[in-house]
Design a protein around this ligand. Sequence first.
Ligand code: HEC
Length: 158
Amino acid sequence: MLVAGLAASAVHAQAPDAADVAEGMRLFLQKGNCQACHGWAGDGRKMDSQMPDGANLRETKLDRGDVIAAVKCGRPGRSMPAFDKFAYSDARCYGMKQADLKSRELSLPDPPATLQPREIELLADFLFAKIVGKGPMNRARCVEYWGSEAEVCGEFPK
Ligand code: HEC
């Protein structure tokens, strides 16, 4: 029935597929290595002390489009790498190319890997399902996040 089909796609727009969220989580922890600067919980408690302090993504006020732009384009001069391979080659990001960054003395760290647009969508699915606006990490959220009583959850009081 047409009405039911529409309702199902509206629900889908709000709640992404569990498989997509899981794929986004892998991108966050592994390929994108977002956790190096933002922490596994996205709360800014970085995993690598040599890395810049990432923002607390749990408290970000950005909407989905802004998050995707931040990941694609990074934040020139502010230690957030650009994950879009072509970010500064064709002025798609803030209208700037490499030469503009250079002349304005804006540097960006190299991303751990570049990501495809589809991968950045999956990351956004994960971030909005598990991180953004979810409150501070605690024992219950930690167990939910890892899907079991992970060792790292021991740091949170029961
Ligand atoms: C090299 C360290 C580093 C890595 C790796 C990194 N970030 Fe960031 N990120 C930062 C820093 C630093 C900021 C704060 C930039 C600023 O002050 O505007 C930031 C900001 C952001 C913001 C904007 C938050 C806001 O509220 O303005 C988002 C979204 C974000 N990062 C997502 C990601 C994602 C997703 C990944 C992995 C694909 C990632 N970051 C990887 C350092 C990093």
